[in-house]
Design a protein around this ligand. Structure first.
Ligand SMILES: [Zn+2]
Length: 298
């Protein structure tokens, strides 16, 4: 098996896999197999209040019943606190991260004072209130920790990347998100930090995931650069939408996958990805889908 390709599927154990998450799993598996690479599985259970006990085992069982078997050990983010702590300490020591005492109300007020009233994707851009050079915490306790992004006119903060499907992408971090949270006010590790530290630890070379996560990529690339970690290749796949036109998710009531007929379930997921494959057995179907995978040469 080639080590020049290491991909991964990283489900959150907030419930069993549904049709949309099987598409994501299959896309990452097909891309890994089409490149003769490894496929790792990581349980993203860093947001512990949202996790459902037992959902991780259920997901791994569902993947196995679909013929999707991980290479190497499965990683659980809930066991990775020491690695995230070490990364945060490195960033703080390098002057790249700092403590922030602001509440949401503080951030809203500071934005309003700057004439910025509209949140972007429901999130307020952080105006840098607690940056050390702007006065720092001034005696208030740090609630969260933030990663510094370059000023708007600094080209280092203009993140350009090429998605294998979406093509050339560009984001100015300062304007789009500002200094972003890497450790949350509730003490939990932020998704962005956990993903980047774990991708580096697992040697991930290729990230294949749903298009809803494309917007996170520039923050993750910046974090990789701050930590001296390599940037993987990215492929963001189309999302599966429900009858209401919204992304199929556990939050909007997607049903658990019906695996009474795994061949039919995998065939349906492949069709969403534009892969028309068939087979009497899972093995035949998956082999056909690997051969038909449209992203094998990208
Ligand atoms: Zn602050």
């Amino acid at each position: 098996m080639s080590v020049s390709y290491v991909g991964r599927f990283a489900p959150s154990p907030t419930g069993p896999l549904h049709a949309g998450s099987l598409v994501a799993a299959l896309a990452s598996w097909l891309d890994a197999r089409a490149h003769g690479g490894q496929w790792r599985v990581r349980i993203e259970d860093v947001d512990t209040p949202r996790c459902v006990p037992g959902a991780d085992a259920l997901i791994l069982d569902q993947l196995a019943r679909c013929g999707l078997h991980p290479d190497g050990d499965v990683m659980w983010q809930s066991r990775r606190g020491a690695a995230y702590e070490a990364a945060l300490n490195r960033l703080v020591d390098a002057g790249l991260a700092y403590g922030c005492a602001c509440t949401r109300t503080d951030i809203a007020r500071a934005n309003a004072a700057l004439g910025r009233l509209k949140p972007r994707h429901g999130e307020l851009t952080y105006p840098g209130t607690c940056r050390p050079e702007q006065g720092g915490l001034q005696g208030r306790p740090a609630r969260a920790w933030r990663l510094r992004v370059p000023d708007a006119d600094d080209p280092h903060g203009h993140i350009a990347w090429t998605d294998r499907r979406l093509g050339a992408q560009h984001q100015v971090l300062h304007d789009a998100v500002g200094d972003f949270v890497i450790r949350r006010a509730d003490g939990l590790w932020a998704y962005q930090l956990a993903v980047v530290v774990d991708d580096a630890e697992q040697g991930i070379t290729h990230v294949v995931r749903g298009e809803d996560l494309a917007d996170n990529t520039p923050r993750q690339i910046w974090l990789q650069r701050c930590l001296g970690a390599p940037t993987p290749a990215y492929l963001h796949t189309p999302l599966v939408c429900g009858d209401n036109g919204e992304k199929l998710s556990k939050q909007n009531g997607a049903q658990a996958l019906d695996l009474r007929d795994p061949v039919a379930a995998v065939q349906q997921a492949a069709a969403v990805l534009g892969v028309n494959a068939s087979g009497a057995t899972l093995g035949e179907l998956l082999a056909g889908a690997v051969a038909a995978w449209p992203w094998r040469r990208t």
